[in-house]
Each structure stands twice: as C-alpha cells, then as structure tokens.
Design a protein around this ligand. Structure first.
Ligand SMILES: [Cu+2]
Length: 396
C-alpha cells in the first residue's frame, strides 16, 4: 500500500493538473473487480503504476448549463475534463490500471504508444454493471519522447469528444542540454532545425535573449481544445447510443480550452502561459473535439516544431517557420515554442523604463474559426479563447 501511495505522488509531482472540475455521478467506493487478479499482476511488476478511473460526470459550461459527459481521473482524485496530464519518463515501463465506473462501455487507447511487446496500447472496458470486465490493466512502454493523447477510441471519435481524453507527455530520462537550456527530444531524434531552435534560446545577440528553455519546470502549458453538442450529452444521459456514423450530425454550441471557456479560461493557471521576458515556454496543443480550429496568438509569434496525427504518428519539423496561427484538425497534436520575447510591435521609445507600455502585458490567444468564439449560440467572447501574460522585464 505504501509503495502505491509513493508511486502516485511521484507521478504527480511536476504534473500539471489541467482540466475543469466536474461532478461525478454515482461514484462507487473501492474496486468493482477481482482484487486478487490485480494483486497478482502488481506483485510481479516492479515499475511505476498509474490508476485511472472513468466516470459519468456533469460538466458546468460557461453559461451555467450542466451537461452529461465522461471523464478520466486519477484513482481517488476528482475526475476532470480533460483528464490529468500524465508525465512519463522515457525508457520506463508503466502499469496502467483502468477502471470504468461509467454506465457505458469505453476503451483506453494511446495512439502512438506501445506495450513492451510492441502492440498498440488499447484495452476495452465494459460498463460498471459488468464488474468483472470493467477493469483492465495494461503495460505501457514509454519508448519515444513527445506528447500523446490518451483517449477512449471505442466508437471513435465519440468517447474522445464526450470528455475522455488527456495528455500523456514522455520526457527524456535526464534533461538534455543544448545552448543555455534544455530540449524536449533527444538530439539523436530531433532534426537540426529543432535543435537549432532550442540552441538559439537565451543566446546573447540572438533573436531570443534571456534564458534557454527549462525542462521539468513551469515553462510549459498543455492546451486541449474541445467542442460540446448538448444534444449528444442529453442522448447519452438517457442511455441512447450515438454511433460514429452520426458524427456528421455534430453541432457544437460550446468550445472549450482545458474544459474552460472565455472568461474562465483566461483566469485559469493551467490555461494561461505566464512569465517574464526571456522565459520561453512550450505549448502542447491538441484538438479532442470535432470542429477544426485555428488558434491565433497575439504579442509573440510561435514556432511549431512537432505534429502528431490522430493515428499517433509523430513528425518533428525539419523546417520551422515563425507563425501566429496554426491549424488543428480533430485528433491532432502540435507542439510550439512561445519565446516570451519583447513584443516587437511596442516601439523602442515606449518600452520600459520609458514606460508608456507598462508591465504586465496581457495578450489574447483566440481561435480564428469564428463560431468557436461564442457559447450557447452567440455569447461572445465566451468560447475558445484565453490570455497569456508577460509579467515583467527579464530578470536573469
Ligand atoms: Cu486576434
């Protein structure tokens, strides 16, 4: 028991507790399945474990409406949408224990990740009424670094859109240093363009003076975009089935960032990148919903350095461009660098200490797909939008 508690704490340290709080429905105490079977697996396995539960929940939307959805949560913690960010260490094998306490069937899948024997990470779980089959364990090898989206892929994309998704980030075993900071991928894997980008950060005289990027710090944010069609929520709450073939009938009325919208997202630590000039930050962005998104950021341009397809295939870019808008099809993940440089649009004469433009500098990030800037059919700007904040000058 002590080992489990310790491991759980170990996994959570440094984790970003992203996600909007949700209210569980009909939480059951304790495991529903056969504890002896689980104990046998655990006895033979020496590595770290991650226990995730799936629950029926209510998500409160920006206008106060509460809708039925499904959510992941760490065992004994409150379920959230998205699920908790799971940080794994490259090279390690993890035992995932998934327990389905929802009334519906679900799966646990991580596109792009494999078990130690090279198979896809995928288990299917019956609803809680079939307690023998509502809990599954699977070994996951953190083979490659990068950002992954764990999700329910049963009847895809229904489960993912209805709340069952979260980031899994595989980090290098030890911080890999390039230039004045770290890089999130081994240099043996990263194309020269990616290595050069991170090498240039914090170099005097470069376009990015300040610090290098710091691994295992607060210098990253995970953003998951989603869209909600309350008609689907109502149907699932009534026990109806929505087939994957009906995905074309999806009519989103709410657009969320880490489960939040508008004002709420702009005031949420896990959504808002914050730092001084010269403190670069990695944005990991994923689209769990069914609307295409075009996030657009003010203040600084960003540098997209990776893309992972909905099927889990990773592409690290060998040509990195400076952009202010990037396209997010459903299911994809993009990683970008937000440099936290002095916004070039502020004229030299207006910068501190001749401060007409005083810190903090708050800038918006909003989606250019216009409907996504609304909620409930027109409340603007209560959709997929947040702030990012430069709190002050470079302090070293
Ligand atoms: Cu704009």
């Amino acid at each position: 028991m002590k080992r489990r508690s310790f491991l759980k704490r170990g996994l959570l340290s440094g984790a970003v507790a992203a996600g909007a709080a949700v209210s569980p429905l009909g939480l059951r105490q304790g495991f529903a399945g056969d504890d002896d079977v689980l104990e046998d697996i655990l006895d033979d396995f020496e590595g770290p474990e991650i226990r995730l539960d799936i629950d029926d929940v209510k998500l409160e939307l920006i206008d106060g409406k509460r809708v039925f959805m499904w959510a992941f949560g760490l065992h004994d913690d409150a379920p959230t949408i998205p699920g908790p960010v799971l940080r794994l260490e490259q090279g390690k094998t993890y035992l995932f224990e998934i327990r389905n306490r929802s009334t519906s069937r679900h799966s646990f899948t991580i596109p792009g990740m494999v078990s130690p024997d090279g198979l896809a990470v995928h288990v299917e779980l019956e609803g809680k009424d079939d307690s023998d089959n509502s809990r599954k364990s699977i070994l996951v090898l953190a083979k490659d670094c990068g950002a992954f989206l764990y999700q329910d892929a049963l009847n895809a994309p229904i489960g993912r859109v209805m709340g069952l998704h979260g980031f899994c980030v595989v980090e290098p075993k030890e911080n890999i240093t390039v230039g004045n900071g770290n890089i999130p991928y081994p240099t043996s894997v990263a194309p020269q363009a990616v290595t050069s980008l991170f090498e240039t950060l914090g170099l005097e005289g470069s376009v990015f003076p300040g610090n290098g990027w710091k691994a295992k710090s607060d210098r990253e944010r995970e953003w998951i975009f989603n869209s909600v069609d309350p008609r689907w929520c109502d149907r699932f709450e009534q026990g109806q089935v929505v087939s994957a073939g009906e995905a074309t009938d999806f009519k989103p009325r709410y657009f969320t960032l880490n489960g939040n919208s508008g004002y709420d997202a702009a005031h949420d630590h896990d959504c808002v990148p914050t730092g001084t000039i010269g403190q670069p930050l990695i944005l990991r962005t994923a689209n769990a919903g069914l609307a295409w998104h075009s996030p657009h950021i003010h203040g600084n341009h960003v540098y997209e350095f990776s893309r992972r397809s909905a099927k889990g295939e990773l592409r690290l870019h060998d040509n990195i461009r400076e952009i202010d808008t990037w396209t997010m099809p459903p299911g994809e993940i993009a990683e970008l660098l937000l440099p936290f440089k002095m916004p070039p649009d502020i004229p030299l004469s207006k910068r501190p200490p001749n401060a007409q433009e005083k810190f903090p500098y708050s800038f918006p990030m909003h989606c250019h797909n216009e409907i996504s800037q609304t909620s409930g059919g027109g409340s603007y700007p209560m959709g997929l939008v947040t702030d990012w904040v430069i709190t002050g000058p470079y302090k070293g």
